[in-house]
Design a protein around this ligand. Structure first.
Ligand code: G3P
Ligand code: CA
Length: 291
């Protein structure tokens, strides 16, 4: 092959490769997704921690999720009577402790006296452990102090409107622990909520913080959500493949909840969902590694 021909071939080769790289980067206009694009794997979010194997929202459930290799530990937040942010799904302590009453009517001191593990042993005798008896309800700060930078945090503000201060308290804690703010690692913290106004106010104050709008896919306006969030968190029972395609076309990631069976996990992976919330993060991890 003449020198000129090999030179032309070389230039052509460079043009083809160069153009393909540029197009991928621009298909998601906002570069907030760079941590997703890099290796394109399906992210696993440990729903309430490894809650299929340990009492939800306890250090034991978060430790297990970390050990099982979850990409994020999910923390639902409620606020106590004295303004502390605790990890709890329900707005009462009845289901997941041996106590009774609304979280907002109880002080942290009272909540710390409760047993947040024995209920799980009763409800899941096959997963029961003596060490779960007497587990405590952790505060958000205790969780962050315990794990520091060793895990990524996926934090849901439950009913932030009811707890007027929840937004600010959350942002103050994340700033204090250098998890948000300029120069902090992207994607280390994701804030999720069903409440759009709270996400919008976080986006106004901390545009670099990644937020996810939760809800029913059939009721979501993706073009509106795009203005204040990097993605959507649809209930798995409300969405389909076309919804994912539309979201991706708008540069939004799709994090689906709650997926606890292998078949649905595999289907969602085929549909190129970006992340799943699951109580069984080890099974999701195994599915991903098997493929
Ligand atoms: O946050 C995603 C998913 O967890 C929402 O449902 O009720 O489990 O908080 P819930
Ligand atoms: Ca949640």
């Amino acid at each position: 092959m003449s020198r000129w021909m090999s030179l032309i071939m070389g230039v052509l080769f460079f043009l083809v490769v160069g153009c393909s790289n540029i197009s991928v980067a621009n298909s998601y206009p906002n570069n907030k997704l760079e941590h997703k694009l890099k290796d394109d794997h399906l992210m696993v979010i440990a729903h309430r921690g490894a809650s299929g194997y340990a009492p939800e929202h306890t250090m034991a459930a978060y430790e297990l999720a970390k050990k099982q290799g979850a990409d994020y530990i999910e923390i639902d937040l409620q606020m106590t009577k004295d303004g502390d942010l605790i990890a709890m799904h329900d707005d009462t302590v009845d289901r997941t402790t041996n106590g009774h009453g609304q979280v907002k009517a109880l002080t942290l001191k009272k909540i710390k006296q409760l047993d947040a593990g024995s209920w799980f042993n009763k409800a899941n005798p096959d997963q029961a452990k003596a060490s779960y008896k007497g587990l405590k309800v952790p505060t958000l700060e205790e969780i962050i102090r315990h794990f520091g930078n060793s895990v990524n945090y996926y934090i849901e503000m439950k009913k932030p409107q009811e707890y007027g201060k929840m937004n600010q308290s959350l942002l103050d804690i994340l700033k204090k622990h250098h998890l948000i703010g300029s120069g902090e690692k992207k994607g280390h913290v994701i804030i999720e909520s069903f409440d759009a106004d709270s996400l919008k106010s976080i986006h106004r104050e901390f545009p670099e913080v990644e937020t996810i709008q939760l809800g029913d896919a059939s009721k979501m306006s993706l073009s509106t959500i795009k203005n204040y969030a990097v993605g959507v968190g649809p209930d798995v029972t409300t969405m389909n493949r076309a919804f994912i395609k539309r979201a991706h076309e708008l540069g939004l990631v799709v994090h689906v909840w709650t997926v606890n069976d292998r078949e649905t996990m595999e289907e969602l992976k085929r549909w190129q969902v970006d992340a799943v919330f699951t109580n069984y993060d080890d099974q999701a991890r195994a599915m991903i590694e098997a493929q």
